[in-house]
Design a protein around this ligand. Structure first.
Ligand SMILES: [Zn+2]
Length: 97
């Protein structure tokens, strides 16, 4: 998890993708977007985090930030533009579904 400097204010989290993390798995991957305000500007951060299961409990392992973008730019993005999450797909076929 990336922690922002004190001026940042978290708004909400949006889970966009999970891989594994089922009962039989020992590792899980979660992709999420974190919306926050920093220095008066709305921002959205895309992070992929890994979790490991130890004795039936999930623990945060590590995370990788894919992108940090201005939230307004993200919202105004065209449906046929490459998705901001870095998947290489068009927005309408990816996070814009
Ligand atoms: Zn996407």
């Amino acid at each position: 998890m990336i922690f922002l400097k004190e001026t940042g204010e978290w708004k909400r989290l949006e889970i966009s993708l999970t891989k594994k993390g089922l009962a039989k798995d020992k590792k899980g991957i979660v992709e999420f977007k974190a919306f926050f305000t920093q220095d008066g500007t709305d921002q959205v951060m895309n992070e992929i985090s890994r979790f490991v299961k130890v004795q039936n409990r999930w623990f945060y392992l590590d995370g990788k930030v894919k992108s940090v973008a201005n939230a307004e730019m993200t919202v105004n993005q065209g449906l046929n533009a490459p998705c901001h999450c870095g998947s290489g797909k068009k927005f309408k076929r990816c996070c814009g579904k």
